[in-house]
Design a protein around this ligand. Sequence first.
Ligand code: FPP
Length: 227
Amino acid sequence: MINTPRHIAIIMDGNGRWAKEKHLPRMKGHAAGAEAVRRTVEACRELGIGYLTLFAFSTENWKRSKSEVKFLFSLLGRFLVGEKKNMLKNGIKFSVIGDVSALPEGLVKKINAIKTVTRNMDKLTLTLALNYGSRNEIARAVKKLLSAKPPDNIEKAFADALDTKDMPDPDIIIRSSGEMRLSNFLLYQGAYSELYFTDTLWPDFGKKDLVKAIKVYSDRDRRFGGY
Ligand code: FPP
């Protein structure tokens, strides 16, 4: 029997290398990466996954060229507009983690609109991590708590102050492109996540890779510190 994860989180990496291998501009790699996002969302829906969280733009990605950052935001905007019908048809609820306030106003409007229209969907929660970094998220959570009376249950109050308060912790964190690090992604929530690394570059990622990761996850023995 396959033990399917409830929450899959993915560090989508390798768009640039994919493009380089094909002698294409980096932007083509991101565009192909957006197609891989569509395939992965579809595969999660088919496989009955409850939560899919994708690392789309990190707090460190501002270091990239202005034109690449602009292209990524415009790609994200187009993705949101283009996927609205599909999300509503397939019961996909859209959500975001990260400090959205620093994103361009037009993109924030699109994000809010799609969050509103999909709020009652209940098959799959698709979360994009946008201007997200765990250290920034933790710092923002601490700031929120500093102005409140010390809570009795500090762990619960802390978890509730994080951007991820409405979702379960990720059961598995996948990273594509052969890199083996977490890069400031879900550091607190991933305390007991299974880690899975694949050499597949993100634009080539699809249902086959996802099924393979789920199979490996299913064969792991999760003990959460017990035995
Ligand atoms: C990492 O590849 C990828 C990103 C920093 C951005 C992720 C964006 C997408 C997958 C496309 C758009 C997303 C959505 C949700 C529509 P990299 O550029 O770091 O690749 P490299 O390490 O090979 O250079």
